[in-house]
Each structure stands twice: as structure tokens, then as C-alpha cells.
Design a protein around this ligand. Structure first.
Ligand SMILES: Cc1cc2nc3c(=O)[nH]c(=O)nc-3n(C[C@H](O)[C@H](O)[C@H](O)COP(=O)(O)O)c2cc1C
Length: 297
């Protein structure tokens, strides 16, 4: 069928390739439910075993090319978050994002979330000590974590990677450990300084840059991963319009995640789906046909 945007991702059927990125809408099922009506899937905010306060305000700054954040993985405990997520209405698959500091912690977390359709492992948050990126850079630990999680669940397991690592090498490690897909990328380290007080604005001094500024960097990560991996790649970083989505798909992404763009438009999923369908109809193709096509020209 021409103009089809439905895709299969690691065994999950998605009505379209647009996925809500982790952490953007806080930790409430009601926000996820709103987006789920039009999204292919939603990723919940990263959660660990214990509740975490995160950093003091200011922890999110709006700037001209996107967002700068150092939320610090603030989240309820796994037990409380699981209770909240039991209110998710399942208009699309739910991907639960997990953070932890050891393979045992990640594996234990899985059992709290029977309502999850898949898990995303946060191996890439750039501003949380001994979590996220700090563990994602260690190939041995990455293998151990993925193997432990895969042993605890039959559901698909995605590994979320960072620009601040040898992304292709770690991507290969994920594939070797039998991850079902990789997500590229999380935010990129950055900061802002207030010229009046002459002090860093974020309470944590530095944070992660997201939004338009990082799109070409994220796109190149997807491109490089596609050259070397056989498992699906989910592109993420700076997607704000339909052309961005198509670029990521042509670079090799099977699906994409959208985060910061939600701060500017709550209707972005609905409008992007219509634009994708029109683009594909004009070209007489389905989305599936064009994955990685830019590598062939
Ligand atoms: C306020 C905020 C909170 C975030 N929280 C998380 C999180 O909990 N876990 C995670 O893996 N990524 C988190 N991210 C990163 C996003 O999921 C995404 O990878 C990144 O923002 C790049 O995509 P974008 O440019 O579309 O926003 C967060 C981003 C922002 C802006």
C-alpha cells in the first residue's frame, strides 16, 4: 500500500515511526496517554529502583536552538512509577526507560513493569554521576547489563547511546549482547552562563543540549551505526519537522524519537504523520521502502 507509515520495530507493531523520547513529559501516565493517540510508541521518563530528587532549579533552560537541561534523572521509585504507569491506556506500545548502576539493578527493575511492551536502557544520560553515560562508556558493563536484562524479560530491549562514547563500537557491543535495537542519541553536554550574575545558569553548572542544535550530529551517529549494525536503529536528536524525520529514515533509522519539539507544539505527532503520508504518496512508496536509502546513492 502506497503511503503506509506503519512499521515493525523489534517485533512491535507501530502505527507510525514517531516515538515520544524519554523524560520530556515528566512522570505522569495522563501526559503519555495524550501523546499515545497519535504516536507510534511512547517512552516513559527514566526510572531507577529508588526515588531520586534530581538537581535544584534552574534545571531546564530554553535557548534559541533548543533546550539545555540538567534534571539529574529525577524520578519516583520504581514501585510508585509502576503504579502510575498502570493508568497508561495502551493506545500505542509503552517503552519503559530504566537507569541503574549495575547489571543486577537493571535486571531487578524489569520486574516492576509488567505493563511495558519494551524496555529502553539509559546508558547515555550526560549529567548523572555513576549512571547513564558513565556506565554506557564501559563495553564490559554494557554487555553485562544487556545480558542480565535479556535474561529477565522476553520483551524487546533497546539501548540508548550517546555522542560522548565511541558510538559505533558500543553499538556493536549492544548487538553482540543481543539488544533488539539502539537509540541514538541522548543529549550532548553543554552549558550557559548568565552575563549579569556571571555564573553558570544551571544549578548543576552543565547539562545536556537537545533540540535543533544537535540534529546534524545525531543524524551522523545514525548514519555511522547503520553502516555497521544489523539491528534496528532509532534516531533521536533535534527532530522538529517532517524533513528531519525523512532524513533520519534515509540515514538508516527504522523509527525516530521526538523530545524537545514537544515544548513548542503539543500537536507535532499528528501533523508529522500527515506530512509523512503525503511525502510517501507523492513518491509512490511506503516508509519501510526508504529505510537507509541514502546509503545506496
Ligand atoms: C527535560 C529533558 C529531560 C530528559 N530526560 C531524559 C530521561 O529521563 N532519560 C533519557 O534517556 N533521556 C532523557 N532526555 C533526553 C531525550 O530523551 C532525548 O534523547 C534528547 O532530548 C534529544 O532529543 P530531542 O532533541 O528531540 O529533544 C531528556 C531531555 C530533556 C530535554
Amino acid at each position: 500500500m502506497v503511503g503506509e507509515v506503519e512499521i515493525e520495530l523489534a517485533g512491535l507493531k507501530l502505527k507510525n515511526p514517531l516515538i515520544l523520547a524519554s523524560g520530556i513529559l515528566g512522570s505522569y501516565a495522563s501526559s503519555l496517554n495524550r501523546i499515545a493517540r497519535h504516536a507510534g510508541a511512547v517512552v516513559a521518563k527514566s526510572v531507577g529502583l529508588e526515588a531520586r530528587e534530581g538537581y535544584k532549579n534552574p534545571c531546564v533552560i530554553n535557548w534559541r536552538c533548543g533546550i539545555l537541561n540538567a534534571v539529574g534523572l529525577a524520578s519516583p521509585s520504581a514501585k510508585d512509577f509502576a503504579e502510575e504507569l498502570s493508568n497508561f491506556k495502551k493506545d500505542c506500545p509503552l517503552i519503559v526507560s530504566l537507569y541503574g548502576s549495575s547489571a543486577e539493578e537493571f535486571a531487578k527493575l524489569v520486574n516492576y513493569f509488567p505493563m511495558a511492551d519494551a524496555f529502553e536502557l539509559n546508558l547515555s544520560c550526560p549529567h548523572a554521576e555513576k549512571l547513564g553515560l558513565e556506565i554506557g562508556r564501559d563495553p564490559d558493563l554494557v554487555i553485562e547489563i544487556i545480558k542480565a536484562v535479556k535474561a529477565s524479560t522476553d520483551k524487546p530491549v533497546l539501548a540508548k547511546l550517546s555522542f560522548h562514547m565511541d558510538i559505533v563500537e558500543i553499538g556493536k557491543v549492544c548487538e553482540e549482547a543481543k539488544a533488539d535495537g539502539v537509540v541514538a542519541i541522548n543529549t550532548i553536554r553543554g552549558m550557559a552562563i548568565d552575563v549579569i550574575s556571571r555564573k553558570p545558569i544551571l544549578s548543576n553548572v552543565s547539562g545536556g543540549v537537545s533540540g535543533e542544535a544537535i540534529k546534524p550530529i545525531a543524524l551522523k551517529c545514525v548514519w555511522d551505526l547503520f553502516e555497521e549494525l544489523s539491528i534496528p536503529i532509532i534516531g533521536c536528536g533535534g527532530i522538529t519537522n517532517w524533513k528531519d524525520v525523512i532524513e533520519f529514515i534515509l540515514a538508516g533509522a527504522t523509527a525516530v524519537q521526538i523530545g524537545s519539539a514537544l515544548f513548542y507544539s503539543r500537536h507535532i505527532f499528528k501533523s508529522l504523520v500527515e506530512s509523512l503520508k503525503s511525502y510517501l504518496r507523492i513518491h509512490g512508496e511506503d516508509l519501510q521502502d526508504i529505510i537507509g536509502q541514502a546509503h545506496k546513492t
